[in-house]
Design a protein around this ligand. Structure first.
Ligand code: TYM
Length: 329
């Protein structure tokens, strides 16, 4: 049995990238493993230091996760800020994390570029908090998208360093996980990069059908292939990548053949893609609306989740303190 931890920042809504990068794997894993699923509301403060609606965002994203099928009867579902043991482990790990290695991470450099007026220490130590989230439950597998690969590498490094430093074999080294396949990167609709919350290029699970149609029809393409079997441009490849996760294989094949024969009409492909996305998201959207209105249920989920998560986290922190050498008088 694996111990699985997965998380999401509480800024913005859940998009197709989150679903196909992380949630889908988690859903498969929750059946047979010890699974922890949490909302990283502390992490969201690194980019949104004055969140006007922190609580509402957390509630929304929690509802979205539950609507996708994360089952609180099977997995432990909780909020990061409900488990203070994580922050203690974060502090302890910070003592063995080096400023140089943190400054070199891609996501830190990217954030420095994006928010030059708010290069806070939380941003720098983001991977340490993430490592604490994961190893506080002694996780072995972490279902994530490709963008989190480096953070997972850092997590393994901190776990390994702790073990070496105190000459123990305490923390397992958790692996980023996608069932033996390469980690997934779902692209955005703007022709480059990944679908992201801050990029404004995403399709959200809570988007209404007419919003999805509008977004997909506006997606960037090119002027079409000029010779048979021509290499696809980035934006067109991206549309096919999205199609591969939401449409039937026959549909993808149909448009690929049309592309290869230079007969493709992107408008037609987009129409089909939009309908397939809507078919996939519509039932989830319905459940989101239902669940987000049920405060009693949500409260019960996070309270039970916090209790279970704290139990596991407290045990680890108690043992870590002992290993480091804190002793009661
Ligand atoms: P976040 O909130 O950006 O994204 C949540 C999950 O969705 C995946 N993801 C994607 N996968 C494929 N294609 C995309 N376009 C795409 N966009 C997002 C992410 O890889 C992630 O798995 N640092 C984390 C939150 C976090 C966490 C953790 C995750 C904090 N502590 C511990 C796992 C374990 C983050 O910002 O994810």
């Amino acid at each position: 049995m694996e111990i699985v931890v997965s998380g999401i920042r509480s800024t913005g809504n859940l998009h197709l990238g989150n679903y196909f990068g992380a949630v889908r794997n988690f859903l498969k894993m929750q059946e047979e493993n010890r699974c922890y699923f949490f909302i990283a509301d502390y992490h969201s403060l690194t980019t949104h230091p004055h969140p006007d609606n922190l609580h509402e965002s957390v509630k929304q994203i929690l509802s979205e996760y539950l609507a996708c099928g994360i089952d609180p009867e099977k997995a432990t579902v909780f909020l990061q800020s409900d488990v203070p043991e994580v922050t203690e482990l974060y502090l302890l790990l910070n003592m063995n994390a080096y400023v140089g290695e943190l400054e070199r991470t891609t996501s830190f450099k990217e954030k420095v570029r994006l928010q030059p007026d708010n290069i806070n220490a939380g941003l720098l130590t983001y991977p340490v908090l993430m490592a604490a989230d994961i190893i506080v439950h002694k996780a072995t597998k972490v279902p994530v998208g490709k963008d989190q690969e480096q953070n997972l590498e850092m997590t393994r490094r901190f776990a390994r360093r702790f073990n070496q430093m105190y000459d123990v074999n305490y923390f397992p080294e958790p692996a980023a996980y996608n069932f033996g396949h390469a980690l997934v990167k779902i692209p955005g609709l703007d022709g480059s990069g990944k679908m992201g919350k801050s990029e404004g290029n995403g399709i959200y699970l809570a988007d209404a059908p007419e919003v999805i149609r509008k977004k997909v029809m506006r997606a960037v393409t090119d002027k079409g292939p000029e010779k048979p079997n021509q290499e696809m441009s980035e934006p067109v490849k991206n549309l096919f990548t999205i199609m591969k996760v939401v449409s039937e294989p026959d549909t993808v094949e149909h448009f690929r053949e049309k592309y290869n024969r230079c007969e493709i009409r992107y408008g037609e492909m987009k129409k089909q893609l939009a309908e397939d996305i809507i078919r996939f998201t519509a039932p989830i959207r319905e459940r989101i609306l239902e669940i987000s209105g049920n405060n009693v249920y949500l409260r019960k989920v996070v309270r039970t989740g916090a209790e279970k998560a704290r139990e596991s986290a407290a045990k680890t922190v108690r043992e870590v303190r002992e290993i480091i050498g804190f002793k009661p008088f």
